[in-house]
Design a binder for this molecule. Structure first.
Ligand SMILES: [Zn+2]
Length: 277
């Protein structure tokens, strides 16, 4: 049994503020240890549950946040950019039986600690086939195309609630309870690690590859906070303007859909203005 862990940081234990997840800040240095603790707890739980192999895919920002030297020696870690499937890179090779979303968060325009979908603030909403989409929802659709179920989700309580929509039977661990975008009631790393390990142990039983789901074509709509970002991303082939601050595109499958989304967010992030006013 091989498990892929897609590890994002906004939904990690103790994280509630942008500086907590921005590489180079003192707060990030502190929080990356708690992020690593969450991920390692999932690694341990999956091995407890019978996994033979666990690959951790770093899915946050520069994709170099986790402390490799603190992971259980049986795990391997995919770190750094650039990866065709980004947050769920590794799911496409036919050898993964289940994927875990650790440290996930709610989507753009939703309540939740540091809620966003790829770009904080600049993207105000994403819809997949008219359903409001978090990164979890998008990545779950990618994984399903390769027959891989989402077996575990951790994050704040809002991210766990969001996961009911795309991974209803997967165990979920809320490491903190949302109070506002920048505030949460947090549980200690020892306590969340114990909960994540126990949940991952159970989740291992759900790691059974299924027939690939071919649900395409899929239409992805993206709303920005500024008109010029919508204009800028229409350079991506197939992306059309559907409103002053909105674009949409249709892809034959999520494999293409998520890669086009990555192209859209990369162009948009290069077009964001400095603050003034
Ligand atoms: Zn992130």
């Amino acid at each position: 049994m091989k498990i892929l862990i897609s590890a994002d940081m906004e939904g990690a234990t103790g994280v509630t503020w942008p500086a907590d997840v921005l590489p180079g800040t003192p707060q990030w240095e502190r929080c990356r240890a708690m992020f690593t603790s969450d991920v390692n707890a999932a690694v341990l739980g999956f091995f407890d549950g019978g996994a033979d192999e666990v690959l951790v895919n770093e899915a946050h920002w520069t994709m170099r946040n986790l402390l490799l030297e603190r992971l259980d020696e049986r795990a391997q870690m995919l770190t750094g950019r650039h990866k065709a499937l980004s947050m769920v890179e590794g799911v496409q090779h036919g050898d993964v039986d289940g994927v875990a979303f650790v440290g996930y968060h709610a989507g753009a325009g939703m309540e939740g600690v540091l809620a966003h979908t790829y770009l904080a603030n600049s993207i105000t909403g994403v819809w997949l086939d008219d359903v409001r989409a978090s990164e979890g929802l998008l990545n779950a659709h990618v994984a399903a195309e390769f027959g891989v179920p989402v077996v575990l989700v951790t994050g704040d309580d809002v991210a766990c609630e969001d996961a009911l929509g795309y991974a209803p039977v997967a165990p979920k661990v809320a490491v903190k309870d949302h109070v506002s975008r920048y505030a949460a009631v947090c549980r200690t790393p020892d306590r969340t690690a114990a909960a994540i390990r126990a949940a991952a142990r159970k989740a291992a039983a759900l790691a059974v590859r299924h027939e690939p789901v071919h649900g395409g074509p899929h239409t992805v709509a993206v709303e920005f906070d500024a008109e010029h970002l919508a204009q800028a991303v229409t350079v991506v082939p197939g992306v059309t303007r559907t409103g002053e601050r909105r674009v949409a595109y249709t892809s034959p499958a999520m494999y293409e859909g998520i890669r086009t989304f990555k192209a859209v967010t990369t162009i948009a992030s290069a077009a964001i203005e400095e603050q003034y006013g």
